[in-house]
Design a protein. Structure first.
Length: 98
């Protein structure tokens, strides 16, 4: 079993809270975000989550742009991407922190 941090639903705006709008406004106001995923990651599980993706109940990888977090623009990731301020990179053949 993989433990999930109890704060993640709040900072990712999956649960409504008193700072919901503030979190989205601050994240989408970034000048630039470079999101890095290691091809071989022994720290982050599932590795897709490094790019805001995940694996469904059938262990199928869900791409970041196919998630509600992106499509509903819950934290402003879509806003950053559509304005050219978000980039995704996969470091081939590298483990986390290598």
């Amino acid at each position: 079993m993989v433990a999930q941090a109890s704060y993640l639903p709040y900072i990712n705006n999956f649960k409504h809270h008193s700072r919901f709008t503030q979190y989205k406004n601050r994240f989408s106001a970034l000048n630039r975000i470079h999101i890095v995923k290691f091809e071989i990651d022994s720290v982050i599980f599932p590795p897709e989550s490094a790019h805001f993706g995940y694996r469904d109940e059938h262990n199928k990888a869900i791409k970041p742009k196919d998630t509600g977090l992106y499509t509903k623009d819950t934290i402003g990731l879509k806003t950053l991407d559509k304005s050219g301020r978000a980039t995704w990179e996969v470091l081939q053949g590298l483990d986390h922190l290598q």
